[in-house]
Design a protein around this ligand. Structure first.
Ligand SMILES: *Cc1c(COP(=O)(O)O)cnc(C)c1O
Length: 496
């Protein structure tokens, strides 16, 4: 197996090379040239293994240039019980007809930990395998959760530096506090005037400027990415869908080969793309349900075949899904078409802010995906309703998924067993969640956590409570145009 780019199918990189580079020089994303399979027999075997071994098994199929020892090192360290607040790493809770797959039992209380705990090991191992001796500078654009999870994963990892950019007013107070109080010798956190897409574009521009790599080389450094454009982020996300299926099978909640639906609250399209990969590997999946908030560019795309970025950007109570740039859609479209189409569509996106895929591609998309969305009012109502009916408290992002799933069932009458990806601990978005269950939202965010505990009987993660007594370390705010200079200044001043 080798890795090529969505904009150049003749490239042949090893997985280690693809992971270190993060993004291809042609602006495309790396992906494996074939999709390996997973069989029913394997799914049965995986059900009896701990999470780290399930990950090891799936990783071996994609990282064919890694030795068995290297993979085992990465997965056993990342998915060691001490990094998670549950022995099983993920947790599944039955709510009505659906199984809620909680992916937020890691250090930062959001699903990003699932991939960002293992990415530093993959990256450092990849650098070693490809004889890279330069220091690796990780640039991150975040809508809140990736930033903190990447900081936790990369802090004090030798040979790496990490710089996180977040939108000044686009993250929750808890998310911001988590980031600006981050300890670690090799980290830097900075606010950007603008929204998440401004941060993403700024980082992309730095990656795309050819002079920058030369400049960095003078300081024995090179760039890489911890955003979901990096294959090393995608791969770990495939594992939990397969793992969840194996678990349901083991508990006799589904029959052998029984198909399931998977619902994913979506922003950059990374998480749901991982579910698509699991499906293409042979996991029995009926529909992938793509749930968006008021920034419903993907709902419109799945329904019409037109991807149109010329629209208003909304700031919502599910901020980690506030994006009009669904980066990973490029990988899906490549799988359904070819590099020439990709180059054409993404050129159109650049110049006109929109593109349209032909009917046959649109039909293929509709075969696998259902797209729906809900606004903030419906999100709040869903939290209230699910808590009222099942005494289950979900965060705002998960609530969007639950709402869209209910709409899907109402429209189709589909009774297929369904997994809903739950992407954050409700405590991370305390204001909206507390409001939904009738609590006093005039309190500060820590008092809100106490209220949530009182009203809903949930445990408050100690790492969130502890933020109360921490002072911010990082207070810089810059414009998008200043990002490049900021990175360079930091690297010049901090020869690692
Ligand atoms: C990142 C994030 C999402 C969106 O995931 P994508 O992979 O970008 O589609 C949804 N919910 C939460 C809580 C997140 O942190």
């Amino acid at each position: 197996m080798y890795y090529n780019s969505t904009r150049n199918s003749s490239l042949k990189l090893s997985s280690a090379e693809a992971i270190v580079k993060g993004i291809s020089d042609d602006g495309g994303l790396f992906l494996p040239n074939e999709i390996p399979s997973v069989t029913l027999a394997e799914l049965k075997t995986l059900g009896d293994l701990p999470y780290s071994k399930r990950a090891e098994h799936i990783f071996k199929k994609f990282l064919t240039d890694f030795s068995a020892e290297e993979i085992e090192m990465c997965t056993s360290k990342a998915y060691a019980p001490e990094n998670w607040d549950t022995d099983t790493v993920t947790k599944t809770v039955t709510v009505g007809n659906a199984e809620i797959l909680e992916l937020w039992h890691g250090k930062t209380c959001a699903f990003k930990d699932m991939a960002l705990q293992v990415l530093p090991y993959l990256l450092v191992t990849s650098a070693k395998k490809t004889n890279i001796t330069k220091d690796i500078v990780i640039l991150v654009a975040t809508s809140g959760d990736t930033g903190k999870a990447a900081l936790e994963g990369f802090k004090d990892v030798k040979g790496t530096k990490i710089i996180v950019f977040y939108p000044e007013d686009g993250v929750s107070p808890m998310q911001k506090k988590q980031m600006v109080t981050q300890a670690g010798e090799n980290v830097l956190v900075c606010a950007v005037k603008g929204n998440f897409d401004d941060c993403q574009n700024g980082v992309k521009e730095i990656f795309g400027s050819s002079d920058f790599d030369y400049l960095l080389a003078d300081y024995n450094a090179q760039l890489s990415s911890a955003n979901s454009i990096n294959w090393g982020r995608l791969l770990p996300q495939i594992v939990y869908y397969i793992s969840a299926y194996a678990e349901l099978l083991k508990e006799n909640k589904i029959a052998e080969n029984e198909k399931i639906n998977i619902v994913v609250p979506t922003g950059n399209f990374g998480n749901i793309l991982a579910a698509y990969y699991a499906k293409e590997m042979g996991l029995p999946v009926n529909k992938l349900i793509c749930a968006s908030n008021k920034n419903k560019i993907l709902t419109d795309f799945l329904n019409t075949g037109v991807y149109d970025r010329n629209r208003e950007f909304f700031t919502t109570i599910s901020p980690s899904m506030d994006s009009l740039i669904s980066s990973n859609l490029e990988r899906l479209l490549y799988l359904l078409s070819d590099e020439n189409c990709i180059k054409y569509w993404f050129e159109q996106l650049k110049t006109m802010g929109k593109y349209q895929v032909p009917e046959d591609v649109s039909a293929k998309l509709k075969e696998s995906f259902f797209g729906g969305y809900c606004d903030d009012t419906q999100t709040v109502k869903t939290i209230e309703k699910i808590f009222g009916e099942y005494h289950y408290l979900c965060d705002t992002h998960t609530a969007v998924a639950v709402n869209v799933y209910e709409e899907y069932v109402a429209q189709t009458g589909d009774k297929t067993k369904t997994i809903i990806a739950s992407t954050a601990n409700p405590c991370k978005f305390s204001n909206a969640v507390l409001g939904a269950v009738g609590g006093d939202t005039s309190l500060n965010e820590y008092a809100q956590l106490d209220e949530l505990k009182k009203i809903c009987g949930i445990e408050i993660p100690p790492q969130l409570n502890e933020l109360k007594s921490k002072e911010p370390i990082y207070t810089d705010t810059i414009t998008k145009e200043e990002m490049k200079e900021y990175v360079l200044k930091y690297i010049k001043g901090n020869n690692i």
